[in-house]
Write a protein that binds this ligand. Structure first.
Ligand code: C2E
Ligand code: CA
Ligand code: CA
Ligand code: CA
Length: 278
């Protein structure tokens, strides 16, 4: 089911086919939401597992409607992709995240990184590279502190086109993380060609590590793969201390999850960073 969900709007339109009116309603509501600033970005800290200090944060989109209801990104992002609105929304997220990065740098968090999710539709749009360069130039954000998260499923289609695009993206100085790594089927040689800097272990594999089959866990394989290829690794969705300590023992450098911090607004992040000694 997870794979289907992630495969994007094709499956979305099929599975939601019966509910086309609801989809159209959401599509209109999303356009209004975009115009009226009901969309905003929250940040979830990423932690160095050895020192337990924050090293960066992932930008995550939120939609709060006027009546105060939260609509989860898993529900509205497929619609944003399907309608093309993700191009504008994604650009806004990128700009906001870069502004936040500059703000944090000016507060003295000069090493802090921001990770930005990039949808497949956005990434493949002909203007993506220009948009990225413009946002960096306008905000003055340090490219070396920006990371773009793309999913493994993006990474599998039209490898040659993608690899060329990734090359150009990397020339701007930003780094690339493969999100939800392990849920797709990309080959190892292909992974090397992608020139990714970081792998993100999907939450489903983190949940698994406290189970009985931990000796052969996928999380452990990804951590070793990262080490062998010289890539950084982040475990996502770490919810309890047992998971954190197993990951640390396995040599996983970074983690993110409710155990450390939930996604938070910019103001909350500032306070949280002060309290947690970045
Ligand atoms: P993702 O990129 O895999 O993001 C991780 C999700 O796990 C986030 O859900 C985060 O809030 C949640 N999470 C973090 N720690 C924990 C934990 O310890 N336990 C549990 N159960 N969950 C945890 P969220 O914010 O609902 O986002 C869902 C998905 O929506 C994201 O999955 C990403 O694919 C997409 N998304 C969110 N923001 C954006 C965006 O700005 N652009 C694009 N293209 N996609 C986005
Ligand atoms: Ca992500
Ligand atoms: Ca993820
Ligand atoms: Ca995930």
């Amino acid at each position: 089911a997870k794979l289907l969900q992630r495969a994007g709007h094709f499956y979305f339109s099929r599975s939601m086919g019966v509910d086309i009116r609801e989809r159209v309603r959401l599509m209109h509501a999303l356009r209004t939401a975009y115009e009226e600033k009901e969309l905003f970005v929250v940040y979830q800290p990423q932690i160095d597992l050895a020192t337990r200090k924050p090293v960066g944060a992932e930008a995550l989109l939120r939609w709060r409607t006027k009546d105060g209801t939260f609509i989860p990104p898993d529900r509205f992002i497929p619609i944003a992709e399907y309608s093309g609105l993700i191009i504008d929304i994604g650009e806004r997220v990128m700009r906001e995240a870069c502004r936040e990065l500059v703000r944090l740098r000016d507060m003295g968090y000069s090493e802090f990184t921001i990770s930005i999710n990039v949808s497949q539709v956005q990434f493949r749009h002909p203007r993506f590279l220009d948009t990225l360069r413009n946002v960096i130039a306008e905000t003055g954000a340090p490219p070396s502190r920006i990371e773009l998260e793309i999913t493994e499923s993006i990474a599998m289609e039209e490898p040659d086109v993608l690899i060329q695009l990734l090359c150009q993206v990397k020339q701007t100085g930003v780094s690339i993380a493969i999100d939800d790594f392990g849920t797709g089927f990309s080959s190892l040689s292909y992974l090397q060609r992608l020139q990714a800097d970081r792998l993100k272990i999907d939450r489903s594999f983190v949940t698994e590590i406290t189970g009985s089959s931990r000796g052969s866990s996928i999380a452990e394989m990804v951590i070793q793969l990262g080490r062998n290829l010289g890539l950084s690794v982040v475990a996502e969705g770490v919810e309890d201390e047992r998971q954190a300590s197993i990951l640390a023992t396995l040599g996983c450098p970074l983690a993110q999850g409710y155990l450390f911090a939930r996604p938070m607004t910019v103001d909350q992040l500032t306070t949280w960073l002060k309290d947690n000694g970045a």
